[in-house]
Write a protein that binds this ligand. Structure first.
Ligand code: BJW
Ligand code: ZN
Length: 271
C-alpha cells in the first residue's frame, strides 16, 4: 500500500482524526515509554507515574518530571508535528487526539486538538482538584517554568535545582496547601472528561483515522481507533513497529512519522 493508494481515500475523506503517541516526538529527542530505548525500560512506572508514588516520595517524582520537562523545554517540533498541523488546514473537519504531554503539537501550530493525558507544564492538586495553567504554575513554582528550564544545563538541573527540592522546595497548592503535582494523567487516574468525550464522539463519526507513533496498549486511548473502525472509518497506522492495532488497519506505513507524514501531506497538496 503506497501513499498514492491512500491518496484516493484521502481525497474522498472530509472528517479526519489523528491519534498520536510518543513516537511522533521521538525525533525531537524526547524518549518514548516502551521499546528498547523507552523510559519504562529504565524507570518503574509504578514508582513514578502513579498517585501512590507521589504520596510516598513527591521529591523523587518531581525530580523525574523536572528532568523530562527540561528535555522537553529544549526540544523543538519535527516535520511530523508540522505535517499534522498542515493536515488541520487541508481537511474541513479535523481533530488531533494526542496522548503526548509535551505540547509540541501546539508549538507546531495545531489548534484543533485534545490532550488526553494532560500537559507536563501544567499543575494539578490531586488533594482538592485545583488545576493550574502553565502560566499559573510557573508563577507558583518558577523552577518548573519552561523559560527557566530551557535556560539551565542538565548539570545545573541535577545540581542546584535538585538540591533545592531536597531542601523541601516543592509547589504548595494555593487552595489547600498540599503539594501540587504535574498536570498529567497517571496510571489509575481518570482522563479529563471533556477531552475523552470529544475524542470518542469525533472518532465515532470520522471517515479516516491515523494512528501515529503509539504502541496502542494504554487504555482508554488504545480503544479510539477500534471505535472508529467499528463506525466505518478507514484506519491508517504510521509506526516503524507492529502494534496490537496493526491487524485492524487498512493502510500501514512502517516508517518514522517525520518521514511518512510529510510525504502524505505533500502528495495531498499536489493532488
Ligand atoms: C515511532 C517512532 C517514530 C518510535 N515515528 N513511531 C489491564 C488491562 C487494560 C487496562 C488496564 C489494565 N490495568 C490497568 C489498566 C488501565 C491503564 C492501562 O491502560 N494500562 C495498560 C498499560 C495495561 N490505564 C490507565 O490507568 C488510564 N486511566 C484509566 O484507565 O482510568 C480508568 C481506571 C481507573 C482505575 C483503574 C482502572 C481504570 C490512564 C493512563 C495514563 C497513561 N499515562 C502515561 C504517563 C503520562 C504522564 C507522563 O508523561 O509521565 O501516558 S503512561 C505513557 O503511555 C504515557 C503515554 O501517553 C502512554 C501511551 O504511550 P505511547 O504514546 O503509545 O508511547 P509508547 O512508548 O508506548 O509507544 C511509542 C510508539 O512509537 C512505539 O510503537 C514505537 O514503535 C513508535 N515509534 N519512533 C513513529 N520516529
Ligand atoms: Zn489543593
Amino acid at each position: 500500500m503506497s501513499v498514492a493508494d491512500l491518496l484516493d481515500v484521502l481525497k474522498r475523506g472530509r472528517k479526519v482524526a489523528v491519534l498520536t503517541g510518543a513516537g511522533i516526538s521521538a525525533e525531537s529527542g524526547i524518549p518514548t515509554f516502551r521499546g528498547k530505548d523507552g523510559l519504562w525500560n529504565r524507570f518503574d512506572p509504578a514508582q513514578l507515574a502513579t498517585y501512590e508514588a507521589f504520596l510516598k516520595d513527591p521529591k523523587l517524582v518531581w525530580k523525574w518530571y523536572l528532568w523530562r520537562m527540561h528535555l522537553i523545554a529544549n526540544a523543538r517540533p519535527n516535520p511530523g508535528h508540522y505535517a499534522v498541523a498542515k493536515m488541520e488546514e487541508l481537511f474541513p473537519d479535523f481533530l488531533l487526539i494526542t496522548q503526548n504531554v509535551d505540547g509540541l503539537h501546539r508549538e507546531a501550530g495545531s489548534r484543533r486538538l485534545v490532550e488526553l493525558h494532560g500537559n507536563i507544564f501544567r499543575g494539578k492538586c490531586r488533594f482538592c482538584g485545583k488545576e493550574y495553567s502553565e502560566e499559573e504554575f510557573s508563577q507558583l513554582w518558577p523552577l518548573a517554568g519552561r523559560d527557566f528550564l530551557s535556560s539551565i544545563s542538565e548539570e545545573e538541573l541535577k545540581g542546584q535545582v535538585f538540591d533545592e527540592i531536597d531542601r523541601g522546595n516543592l509547589p504548595r497548592c494555593l487552595n489547600c496547601g498540599e503539594i501540587v503535582g504535574p498536570g498529567v494523567v497517571w496510571f489509575g487516574e481518570s482522563l479529563p472528561e471533556d477531552a475523552l468525550s470529544r475524542a470518542f464522539s469525533f472518532a465515532s463519526s470520522c471517515d479516516i483515522l491515523f494512528s501515529v507513533g503509539t504502541s496502542a496498549v494504554v487504555q482508554p486511548a488504545a480503544s479510539i481507533p477500534l471505535y472508529a473502525k467499528r463506525s466505518g472509518a478507514v484506519i491508517v497506522e504510521v509506526n516503524p513497529e507492529e502494534t496490537p492495532l496493526s491487524p485492524y488497519c487498512d493502510f500501514v506505513f512502517r516508517g518514522s512519522a517525520s518521514q511518512v507524514l510529510p510525504q502524505i501531506v505533500s502528495s495531498l497538496e499536489g493532488s
